[in-house]
Design a protein around this ligand. Sequence first.
Ligand code: SAH
Length: 374
Amino acid sequence: MVRNAQEIWFAEKVRRAGFADAGAFAAHFQLKPYRLEQIYRAAAKELAENIAAVTPLPKELRTQLEASGFRFDSVAPVVMQRSNDGQTSKGLFRLTDGAEIEAVLMEHFGNRNTVCISSQAGCAFACAFCSTGQAGFTRNLTADEIFDQARYFARELAAKGKRITNIVFMGMGEPFHNYDAVMKAVALLHDPHGLGLGHRHITISTVGLVDKIDRFAGEHVQVNLAISLHAPNDAVRSAMMPVNRKFSLEEVMAACERYIAKTNRKIFFEYVMLRDVNDSEENARELAALMRGHLYHVNLIPYNTTPGASYAGTDQEKIWRFAGILEAAGVPVTVRQNMGRDIAAACGQLRSESQPKAGESVSAPHKGRSVSVT
Ligand code: SAH
């Protein structure tokens, strides 16, 4: 596993510097295996700022590596916003080809530090209420581009003597649409010679790609699975999530049952509360009927309004009533705390607001502080 994570990390980084693979890279710089390990650990575990800061390496080697274009980071912060309460930091990052993605750090009163990362630039699934979905698909991220979002916030936290406790794949993109890179990123995040995050502290969220849910069930990893359900019947779900026309609710729920039978692991069902769309008491009863036991857990999500969207959020009181109906039916339910609303921290919102002027501060309609990083 260790070797594997290190190989994953080097693969794209050396390619960006113009080498065919890690072997060619090592041969070019005459790097012995322990040197490769040193470099990987400096970046992934010790969180060194860059290659120049890795003082155990000979200075000349550091200079040569820098000159070759070899870099620790594949994502560069462009805009960083912090919510007024200081608990949420949201970053817009630029990839080496100019594509842009978002990642968010949520510091829950200091005891839990969750980083929400992107798996793709854009998204191909076009969920009607999601601003990433509305903007379309750009490209898949590589495993190290996914990992480097976590590295960025791990460094920020380390400066305060803290560490990442949880990772959620709830940023831009559909993780199961970029399955292999996401599983490689999980290996990187998990590697004890790197960030060392426990599988149970990682959550993958999907629109419900049935074939990939089945594949994931066979991975034998304890990574959490979350399904973006958002509707309790096909009519409502298809109207807001085009993917439902490919995989119906019944097929998604059947895949969930197979997953639970195989893994005995809990599934989190995300349900964003949209006013007069999916929030009636009847909808709550329909949803309760789909949830078949203690391993089915519903997360009700207050909607983060996006500019130009035709949806409105359900008010708090009605969300609690909806939760009450689920609870009365014996369904485990959590109402998700909304964080970073003042900085547009929902999926895809920062990018859609900053374009076409990415690189400038986007403080305009927000109350939160906003810092332009470049
Ligand atoms: N493609 C994956 C992960 C990305 S989004 C998925 O669909 O699960 C992570 C979660 O945020 C999803 O449940 C998504 O539906 C939800 N989401 C997107 N836009 C939102 C918004 N404006 N307000 C609240 N939740 C939103």
